[in-house]
Ligand binder design. Structure first.
Ligand code: BTN
Length: 261
């Protein structure tokens, strides 16, 4: 990935412009700022390094230079707010499409994680601004651990995090992987707009990391064990709570623990 410059160029698919940064605190923060200043739908921000990479739930995202992909895509879909979280599932499918294109099949842990084997290799942070009950803009930020070495993974997540390189035992071309992810995201986004999440659900189903596993789920003010039963046509997580005979569709919530395969 070229660094040291900030430039824009036309890229394929529905993406309208690419802004490359050598280093920034967070590509999501840059893209949210650009969105507020009127940047068009399809603006993409990529950085070689982040000094304040952000994960979900206030966590930090390890973002050293020269190793990984840190990219944020600005979308201005005509959607009700409630449907916006589905966009990060769409991005997850595209992420798995991209690694599969490199002969590294991954799986998807609802709602936002790419797994290689039993370890996390990629994550998605979606941030939204709304106008009334409809989306004004959404930034989908994607971090992919590409060529990160085992020794670069902080101790607290060692054994839980991985990279394509650690998993496959070879280096990957970041530029090609980025192009492949953006291409796949463009295609999946168009499919999603045309047919809803149901149209691309098979692409999630065949990579579902949690389906059939025992999981501990945390919602607002509750925690419960049960079994993951897949996702529904709206992208909701289907949870069969212990002691219950029915699947419960969860639109938000956190999987805080899961049984390993
Ligand atoms: C997670 O799994 O917690 C989500 C991680 C998202 C990381 C990406 S890297 C590019 C973009 N910029 C950020 O600050 N975060 C996202």
């Amino acid at each position: 990935m070229k660094s040291g410059s900030k430039r824009e160029m036309m890229i394929g698919g529905p993406w309208t412009g690419l802004i490359r940064l050598a280093v920034t605190d967070s590509t999501n923060s840059r893209a949210m700022e650009l969105a507020e200043r009127g940047a068009p739908h399809g603006t993409v921000v990529v950085a070689d390094a982040q000094t304040g990479g952000r994960g979900r739930l206030g966590r930090r995202w390890i973002s050293p230079p020269g190793r990984n992909i840190y990219v944020s895509v600005l979308l201005r879909p005509d959607l009700p707010n409630a449907e916006a979280p589905r966009l990060s599932l769409v991005a997850g499918i595209a992420l798995a499409d991209a690694t599969e294109g490199e002969d590294v099949p991954g799986s998807l842990k609802w709602p936002n994680d790419l797994y290689l084997g039993e370890r996390k290799a990629g994550g998605i942070l979606a941030e939204m601004a709304s106008g009334g009950d409809r989306v004004r803009h959404v930034v989908i930020g994607v971090g992919i651990n590409v060529n990160l070495g085992e020794d670069e993974i902080p101790e607290e997540i060692r054994g839980k995090a991985t990279s394509l390189r650690i998993h496959a035992g070879r280096e990957f071309p970041r530029e090609a992987l980025l192009a492949s992810f953006l291409g796949a995201f463009g295609r999946r986004y168009v499919e999603f707009l045309a047919g809803g999440f149901a149209a691309i659900r098979p692409a999630w189903d065949r990579r579902d990391f949690l389906r059939g596993r025992r999981v501990l789920v945390r919602g607002p003010g509750w925690e419960a064990w049960g079994v993951a039963r897949g996702v529904d046509g709206n992208g909701a997580f289907l949870f069969r709570r212990d002691g219950s005979g029915a699947d419960e569709p969860l639109h938000s919530g956190e999987i805080v623990a899961f049984e390993t395969a």
